[in-house]
Design a protein around this ligand. Structure first.
Ligand code: PA5
Length: 466
């Protein structure tokens, strides 16, 4: 396993490399008590963090998922996931990491696998276009909602159920819907039971943004022939590393501690910049995880703290030509996290043309992989030179085992950062507020008081509409 271990290089966070604006070993030593308390809390609360055991306790579930995928794959050409937030971002990130960006467009790349679409928004144009494009008779719709009441996902489900029943008949429609939800609570499980839909469960104690390693993420991955056992094995390997109490041996704890100190030093922005298209959506997934888990008003003692770090998604090399100017010369308010790879699955040589033009000829004889790796190193250097905190996660290669590791590491880092900040990393009262306001707008029973509260808000002043 060692050759496939992902590495976290934190040199660029320290004063030795970035000067005064960096972190010193004394900064870490000063946190001694807090680190000890956070480490103890992670152990004591482990039984309440059901997502931590997902790499270890799903043998039967994996068997069921693989059997269902094997049964359904010959019958379908497209799998459409209906879900939002934690139900959508993980599946997209893993699919993009393992398969070509052209997977949906090219049958040769797909082989016998279905196309995969994740309907993670309710833009009516996109949904209407999607429904026009897929052949309902050869499409499976996977409805994913832990609460079973999220307006966006449930509205999509209602539309799909209605269309399927009108076009294929109620009995046939049942074969085109699979649900992933809580085993006991919410509308979706009730409907699924009444209708007899195939159902998978999100274990209690596994919140949306920590759910990629349960059926939420495993089901679509298995349909696309992604090796879910290998992904769980990668997560299990990382779990071992994340149990080390020595913070210098524990990548998740070190990631969290350095970000915590950085926040205290005013670094309120966490930029994740993968240097591989395959990892682009890992930063989307991370943005939700980091933002929704750590952006909190109250600490565990009820004090108003308004903490959190704003995640920003960037992509190397693309955003070198868009955002990096700001990162090198703008305010000292960011931590940069590069995510790189040692090697790419494929490479393209650059021919030795224009040898008589020195400003072009130097490129010839190298390859695109070499150029991309050089540009990553060059951006890291530019940040170091301008004294900006940065760290690098490196995947020896992008495969299920390394993807399992990075997902699990960032989940543990997020939970640990929550402990250091003394907040609840697993709730999302700010999101609930918006969900409740939507219910009130749409006249959901039980939300009259919320509607009255909203109506009492000051009316919009036309003077401010320009
Ligand atoms: O992380 C979370 O809990 C959220 O982002 C949820 O995943 C999102 O709000 C969707 O919720 P649900 O799965 O209940 O439909």
């Amino acid at each position: 396993m060692e050759p496939l271990k992902i590495r976290l290089d934190v040199n660029g966070m320290f004063t030795e490399f970035v000067g005064n604006d960096g972190i010193s070993l004394t900064d870490i030593d000063r946190l001694g008590g807090k680190i000890k308390a956070a480490t103890q809390a992670m152990e004591q609360k482990r039984t309440k963090m059901a997502w931590r055991d997902l790499p270890h306790n799903q043998a039967n579930i994996v068997r069921d998922i693989l059997a269902y995928a094997a049964e359904m794959r010959p019958k379908i050409k497209a799998l459409v996931v209906l879900g939002i937030g934690g139900s959508a971002l993980g599946p997209i990130a893993v699919q993009q990491a393992i398969h070509s960006p052209f997977y949906n467009l090219n049958e040769k790349l797909r082989g016998d696998n279905p196309q995969l679409f994740v309907a993670d928004n309710i833009d009516p144009t996109t949904i209407a276009d999607l429904l026009d494009m897929v052949d309902l008779r050869e499409t499976l719709f996977s409805v994913v909602s832990k609460s079973g009441s999220t307006s966006e996902t449930m509205a999509q489900f209602m539309i799909i159920k209605d269309i399927l029943e009108r076009k294929l008949g109620r009995d046939a429609a049942r074969q085109h819907i699979v649900c992933t939800t809580d085993a006991e609570n919410g509308n979706l499980i009730k409907i699924a039971k009444e209708e007899g839909y195939k159902t998978f469960y999100i274990p209690s104690g596994v919140g949306g943004r920590f759910s990629q390693l349960c059926p939420v993420g495993l089901l679509p991955a298995a349909f696309c022939s992604i090796d879910i056992e290998k992904m769980l094995a990668g997560a299990a390997y990382m779990d071992e590393l994340c149990q080390n109490e020595d913070i210098w041996q524990n990548p998740a704890y070190m990631y969290a501690i350095l970000h915590y100190i950085a926040m205290k030093k005013g670094k309120n922005i966490s930029v994740m910049m993968p240097y591989a298209d395959s990892l682009k959506y890992i930063s989307d997934w991370y943005a939700q995880l980091w933002a929704e888990s750590l952006g909190k008003k109250y600490d565990d003692n009820g004090n108003v703290v308004n903490v959190g770090q704003t995640p920003v998604k960037a992509l190397g090399v693309t955003d070198q030509h868009s955002q990096v100017q700001l990162y090198v010369e703008g305010p000292y308010d960011k931590v940069m996290v590069f995510v790189g790879v040692d090697g790419f699955a494929r490479d393209v040589p650059i021919p030795k043309s224009f040898e008589d033009v020195p400003s072009l000829g130097f490129l010839g004889g190298h390859s695109l992989a070499a150029l991309l790796l050089a540009e990553q190193a060059a951006t890291e250097y530019a940040l170091l030179k301008s004294g900006r905190m940065n760290m690098t996660i490196t995947l020896p290669e992008v495969n299920e085992f390394t993807i399992g590791q990075i997902l699990y590491m960032l989940e543990v880092a997020t939970a640990y950062a929550g402990e250091l900040l003394n907040i609840d990393a697993f709730d999302q009262p700010g999101v609930e507020e918006g969900k409740n306001a939507t219910y009130a707008y749409f006249g959901r029973p039980g939300y009259k008081q919320k509607k009255a509260e909203m109506d009492a808000q000051p009316k919009k002043n036309p003077k401010y509409i320009v």
